[in-house]
Design a protein around this ligand. Structure first.
Ligand SMILES: Cc1cc2nc3c(=O)[nH]c(=O)nc-3n(C[C@H](O)[C@H](O)[C@H](O)COP(=O)(O)OP(=O)(O)OC[C@H]3O[C@@H](n4cnc5c(N)ncnc54)[C@H](O)[C@@H]3O)c2cc1C
Length: 293
């Protein structure tokens, strides 16, 4: 059932970690659980994918089973949220925003999903033990759930600053708490936690937690705020960008991310092949658009 794809993702500046060739596999769905009104967690079974599914890497899922004119041509990228190599499953946590994700929300046990991956890089562990801060906005929480679990498992103290528009789009708090992470929640409307965005709480939380490393995923304004604070305070920081991705293997260059310090060779990274996780010191974050939330 499993086919190994020969076109491995390219190695970029953040690509020093070993990346086994991605698999192209039709994977049985274990569950597809509704976490919030438009947010689901899809768990599928694939021992080979689960072995190299580091949170932050992504899975390119074929949503073309959708009939008719709304059938997407391209696969859709989703971050690995968590995986268990022992049990052979991998999770994606996704928000329904269009035809592909709408179709994905309709699959269930007894059905299967066609997955290419894992692709790209993933987050990397801090060099020493200490307090770590993870910051998410909206569905940017997805890759940080499993990453929080791995960080606490490796002996780090994890604090999560989690933002969403409303109670209905805030997910993962139980998961973070069961992973042993301390969590501060914010919603734009104040329906849960602090009323406001993670950007407003960032500096007080950074002072309180004094992290040795920061990880972030979310809309551009969140990534820019985290990047600027981490660089100013000289704290190592990895951010996961969610720019649109087409081919997923670095061939089409449709997911160019500008470098902060353009080199003679190129002014851009490819989000799919050089990322999607970047050292915050390396990338220029563009755009004000909010990722689907
Ligand atoms: C590396 C990566 C990891 C991702 N991980 C996740 C994840 O874990 N969970 C999740 O819910 N989503 C994630 N996304 C976004 C996800 O890929 C899109 O939501 C999905 O492709 C939408 O497909 P669709 O056919 O349902 O909607 P489409 O019809 O393709 O899009 C619906 C709407 O969402 C907008 N949109 C689609 N993709 C993006 C994007 N990347 N950035 C901003 N706006 C977009 C479109 O402009 C449109 O308005 C990720 C994207 C990338 C690049």
């Amino acid at each position: 059932m499993s086919t190994v794809v020969r076109a491995a993702a390219g190695e970029g500046p953040c690509g020093s970690r070993a990346r086994p060739s991605p698999a192209l596999e039709v994977c049985p769905v274990v569950s597809n659980t509704r976490l919030a009104p438009a947010t689901y967690r899809l768990r599928f079974f694939s021992p080979s994918i689960s072995r190299s599914a580091i949170p932050g890497r992504f899975l390119h899922i074929d949503c073309r089973a959708l009939p008719g004119a709304r059938r997407p041509i391209l696969r859709r990228p989703f971050s690995v949220s968590d995986a268990d190599a022992g049990l052979g499953w991998a999770d994606v946590v996704y928000r329904v925003v269009g035809p592909g994700t709408e179709w994905l929300s309709s699959v269930g046990p007894g059905e299967s999903v066609d997955v290419l991956g894992p692709l790209g890089n993933g987050f990397s562990l801090p060099r020493r033990r200490g307090a770590v801060l993870i910051v998410s906005g909206g569905i940017g929480i997805a890759p940080l759930l499993g990453w929080a679990r791995r960080l606490t498992g490796a002996g780090h103290r994890v604090h999560a600053l989690v933002g969403a528009r409303t109670r209905d789009s805030l997910v993962g708090l139980d998961y973070l708490s069961s992973a042993g992470a301390a969590t501060t929640a914010c919603t734009d409307d104040g329906s849960v936690g602090f009323k406001g965005t993670v950007c407003e709480l960032l500096h007080p939380v950074l002072r309180r937690v004094a992290p040795i490393q920061v990880y972030a995923c979310g809309p551009s304004p969140v990534l820019r705020a985290v990047q600027s604070a981490a660089l100013a305070l000289d704290i190592p920081c990895e951010i996961s960008v969610e720019d649109r991705i087409a081919c997923g293997i670095g061939a089409c260059v449709g997911c160019a991310v500008p470098k902060r310090h353009p080199s003679a060779g190129s002014a851009y990274f490819r989000a799919c092949a050089d990322g999607p996780v970047f050292n915050a010191a390396d990338v220029a974050i563009q755009g004000d658009e909010v990722t689907p939330s």
